[in-house]
Design a protein around this ligand. Structure first.
Ligand SMILES: [Zn+2]
Length: 463
């Protein structure tokens, strides 16, 4: 099946297609197709949605609203995944997308029921994708939802090629980077026969407490998730010395109980963060330490949140972000209004202090390891050891690689896998970069098992 997506091809990247931009001459709510609307669709409440689809707005090309493009929308195949799944699935079905696939490997936990509204108590333990798909299919007529109880990484290029659009509400940055790299590689490797179908818009939504973002990526054309990685800088870890000597915040006391007291006293053989008895033990320890240093604020739920690194998911924030994502999907699929993408491509939302939203254009980066063409500069001291360099990849906001393996031209510096090679290259870890013969301006290649790609860096020595 080949559907023509109304988006420019990679070749037209510099001069985005006029179809995406304003037609100021066009008055709102007029157009040749408008008159025929009532004649063709009188199916209850749905006619209003059809009215939007059949009515060119100020930003749409009236020529696109033909019976053919309307029929294409009916065939539009869309993929959704992740934690915002309930909201996204409901919104897509209500927007009359007919062919939806959903991927989620998780099973339903009782703690999901407060916000993941497609699930009931009797569903606890069942697969989320399956239950959600069944619920929405029963409720919304004419929608077909295929559930995949998998990780997104379980599928290959051929699987992803079948969709016209991907919406992700994933809860891990790792999974986002993976799907991003996959869609960019499909766009870049596509041959002529795929045409504009090779560009599969990626709509990404994410929330953290009262904050969230929605962004649209045209793989290989606009700024991708890897370009924007520094927007998700890892949270700074509290130094162990602070935890061990002078705690200042209640979280420091919890970390002390978690990291130091637990190891010293071993109250249970192995820490289970879901076992209330274990959490209570940590809470009591943390509370005693907090009282010693006069620090207020240690509670049971703070203890639980700190050790599990939890930021509570808030149902309403999820609803706002999922709605924004699905509206963009609808606009892209129907051309009914200008979507995020070529100009503004990133919408951030913050409800922490009152309400604030800001939409801007995140620029594509030439040195992006996924969609760029250049190696990325890596500032290092020649005196640092290879071990220090390896460790630094986890915390560098632009890299965030937990298990990096490093190669220089013709030379393996350190490989995490396989075990034999790891053992062979381990002695390099204690050597300095200078001792390893690395030079200013030299290129190194970094790989990580979590990502199907190579990261090119060019060393920039500094004193
Ligand atoms: Zn990129």
């Amino acid at each position: 099946m080949s559907l023509t997506m109304q988006i420019p091809t990679a070749a037209g990247a510099g001069s985005p297609d006029a179809r995406w931009f304003a037609h100021p001459a066009l008055p709102l709510f007029s157009g040749p197709v408008y008159e025929s609307r009532l004649g063709t669709d009188q199916t209850g409440g749905r006619q209003y949605l059809d009215q939007i689809r059949r009515t060119p707005g100020p930003f749409t090309d009236p020529d696109l609203i033909t019976e053919e493009t309307l029929a294409q929308f009916e065939k539009f195949k869309i993929l959704g995944a992740g934690g915002l799944g309930c909201e996204i699935l409901k919104n897509l079905a209500m927007s009359r997308f007919k062919n939806i696939h959903v991927i989620d490997m998780d099973t339903i936990d009782i703690s999901n029921l407060n916000r993941q509204f497609l699930f009931r108590k009797s569903d606890v333990g069942k697969y989320k994708a399956e239950v959600a798909a069944r619920f929405v299919q029963q409720r919304v007529q004419g929608v077909s939802i295929t559930a995949h109880n998998n990780r997104i990484q379980d599928f290959d290029e051929d699987f992803y090629k079948q969709f016209q659009l991907v919406i992700c509400g994933l809860d891990s940055i790792e999974a986002r980077r993976w799907i991003n790299a996959m869609l960019v590689s499909i766009a870049e490797d596509a041959d002529e026969s795929m045409g504009p179908d090779a560009i599969k818009p990626l709509i990404d939504g994410g929330t953290e407490g009262f904050k969230g973002q929605a962004r649209v990526i045209f793989p290989s054309i606009t700024s991708c998730i890897e370009c924007q990685l520094d927007m998700h800088a890892p949270r700074a870890a509290v130094p162990l010395c602070t935890i061990a000597s002078i705690p200042r915040q209640p979280e420091h006391c919890v970390e002390w109980a978690h990291v130091i007291a637990w190891d010293a006293e071993k109250p249970f053989p192995k820490l289970d963060k879901d076992d209330p008895e274990h959490v209570t033990w940590l809470y009591r320890k943390a509370l005693a330490r907090a009282q010693e240093f006069n620090i207020p604020g240690v509670t049971y739920s703070l203890t639980q949140g700190t050790i599990k690194n939890i930021i509570p998911a808030i149902a309403s924030t999820n609803a706002i972000i999922a709605a924004a994502c699905c509206n963009e999907a609808f606009k892209i699929a129907t051309c009914s209004a200008q979507a995020l993408g070529f100009e503004n491509n990133y919408m951030m939302y913050s409800g922490n202090d009152s309400i604030y939203t800001y939409t801007f254009k995140h620029e594509k980066k030439n040195d992006c390891p996924v969609c760029g063409r250049q190696a990325r500069p890596l500032e290092v001291k020649p005196s640092m050891t290879l071990q220090e360099l390896v460790d630094s990849f986890a915390v560098r906001p632009e890299a965030q690689l937990k298990k990096p393996s490093l190669r220089a031209q013709n030379k393996t510096l350190y490989m995490q896998f396989p075990p034999g090679l790891e053992e062979q290259t381990r002695p390099n870890l204690v050597k300095s970069l200078a001792d390893l013969g690395l030079e200013h301006g030299q290129q190194i290649v970094v790989t990580d098992p979590a990502f199907p790609l190579e990261f090119d860096f060019v060393l920039k020595f500094k004193a």
